[in-house]
Design a binder for this molecule. Structure first.
Ligand code: GLN
Length: 492
């Protein structure tokens, strides 16, 4: 049997179902790989070897007993450490949650367990998912398996790096402004943000509640679709969850893989054209576009004049919502407590705890958000940003009257060297120039590898109308069938 860590999730599931490999063997192979390489990659904050082996054994026993198994039964998965897991440490990449073991599972974790997926552990991220490089993790950065001197993207850099380093065939991320897609792009993997409300937020440590969307990360489009199908679906415990059936994303991915896009209209956003993408990124994106037109797709230029305001609007809305959500970390209810010596007032303990427990980017956003929401400034900042959000949504709606999907590079630049953008927050925010508009609108979007620039992966982004997640998988799988998947060199 070939190296189990190199196989896709679909191949592993088939091998387990046929008895060619046991879930236990598959799990052990990945735990061994983590033990061999994660000291260099640091994709994981916590490895739950015992829990993983128990879950794998359960699948093996159910298979022996002849019980029907789901399409991903026995396949290992890594989970971004902002998703709560019962009894398993959940830090959100922050010191303030160090040592917290949640008393419950997020809905998406419950669904994965019920489907027989085997959770290997929790993956690294920027603190509270705020960042684009995983350098803002309180536990140290993750390193890009393509070049250990470079960032793996963020905030879900751990989930993306775990895939590229063959530590897991599947991982889960969350995307508020690009944190699934941007790490996917810079690690040569696939990352999909479902329609907002298509996957449950129940049990995510909340960052920006009107934007947060959990979704699948994988090395192939089909694998991402298979995991998407497990994660998605209505959840009465999340008031913004959509009470509608999930589109057939797996069927769409398989249809796309046949390589026929006759009649599909791809919208090229004019306003993205002038903005500073690196030449090598633009070239690889153009190659991807050519590949899609050879499969029968048609390219139409569309104008989305309000996209230029997406970044500033996002950087008011997301910090505003985070300043409200993070108020729960008061030194009383969870994790860290500093200065509680019996003499200090509650406010003082709260302040000392936050001073010690939050990192600089989180503090920056809480301060910006508190300011933007304060009476007297609310209309000028938060209110204005919400109006811009409406205009951006209208741009999308108008564009989708003319085209089936919108396409762009996922990021303006390839993986940058560690430390090169941390001193200038604006340079870090620019990493999400192309990913943020669709978050403000709420539609689904995916990043698929489309080639290399200077030996580093470039991502191709496909955005679709809300609830048309299947459409983006079809185009993504077609692109993958034309350009193939990317494989990094061996970690030395
Ligand atoms: N990089 C963006 C930010 O820092 C997006 C984060 C995310 O999607 N979680 O807010």
């Amino acid at each position: 049997m070939s190296d189990l860590t190199r196989m896709s999730a679909a191949q592993l599931a088939a091998a387990i179902a046929s008895g060619e490999a046991s879930a236990t063997e598959v799990t052990n192979a990945h735990l061994e790989r983590i033990a061999a390489v994660d000291d260099r990659v640091h994709a994981f904050l916590h490895v739950d070897a015992e829990g993983a082996r128990a879950a794998a054994l359960d699948v093996d026993e159910r298979r022996s007993a002849g019980e029907p198994l789901g399409p991903l039964a026995g396949v290992p998965v890594g989970v971004k450490d902002i998703v709560v897991t019962r009894g398993v440490p959940t830090t959100a990449g922050s010191k303030i949650l160090e040592g917290w073991r949640p008393p419950y599972d997020a809905t998406i974790v419950e669904r994965m367990r019920a489907a027989g997926l085997v959770m290997l552990g929790k993956t690294n991220l920027d603190e509270f998912a705020m960042g684009s490089s995983t350098e803002y993790s309180a536990y140290g950065p993750t390193y890009n398996p393509w070049d250990l001197g470079r960032i793996p993207g963020g905030s879900g850099g751990g989930s993306a790096a775990a895939l590229a380093a063959y530590e897991a065939p599947l991982t889960v991320g969350t995307d508020t402004g690009g944190s699934i897609r941007q790490p996917g792009a810079v690690t040569g993997t696939v990352g999909a943000k479902p329609t907002y409300g298509g996957t449950s937020r129940y049990g995510l440590v909340a960052f920006s509640s009107s934007l947060d969307t959990p979704g699948p990360c994988a090395r192939t489009v089909e694998d991402a679709a298979l995991l998407h199908a497990v994660l998605a679906g209505h959840d009465p415990r999340d008031s913004t969850s959509i009470p509608q059936p999930v589109p057939d994303v797996v069927g769409a991915a398989r249809q796309g893989a046949t390589g026929d896009l006759t009649g599909v209209r791809l919208g090229l956003v004019r306003e993205f054209g002038g903005e500073g993408a690196e030449a090598g990124v633009t070239a690889a994106f153009r190659d991807g576009l050519d590949a899609l037109t050879k499969l029968g797709a048609e390219v139409v230029e569309v104008s989305c004049p309000n996209f230029q305001y997406a970044l500033p609007a996002y950087y008011l809305i997301a910090p505003s919502e985070c300043s409200s959500n993070l108020a729960r970390f008061d030194g009383v209810r969870y994790g860290l407590r500093v200065g509680d010596d019996g003499n200090r007032a509650l406010e003082e303990v709260m302040s000392l705890t936050r001073e010690a427990g939050f990192g600089p980017e989180v503090k920056r956003r809480v301060i910006i958000g508190t300011y933007a929401l304060s009476s007297g400034y609310y209309d000028a900042y938060y209110g204005q940003a919400q109006k811009v959000r409406t205009l951006i949504t209208r741009d999308f709606t108008a564009a989708f009257e003319r085209v089936d999907v919108l396409v762009s590079p996922t990021t303006p630049f390839v993986a940058f060297p560690l430390g090169s953008r941390t001193s200038d927050p604006y340079q870090m925010y620019l990493a999400d120039l192309y990913t943020i508009p669709v978050n403000l609108y709420g539609g689904p979007a995916i990043s698929v590898p489309c080639g290399l620039s200077e030996g580093l992966p470039v991502g191709f982004q496909i955005m679709a109308p809300t609830l048309a997640d299947d459409r983006m998988y079809r185009v993504a799988a077609a692109l993958e069938s034309a350009v193939g998947t990317l494989t990094p060199g061996e970690l030395s």
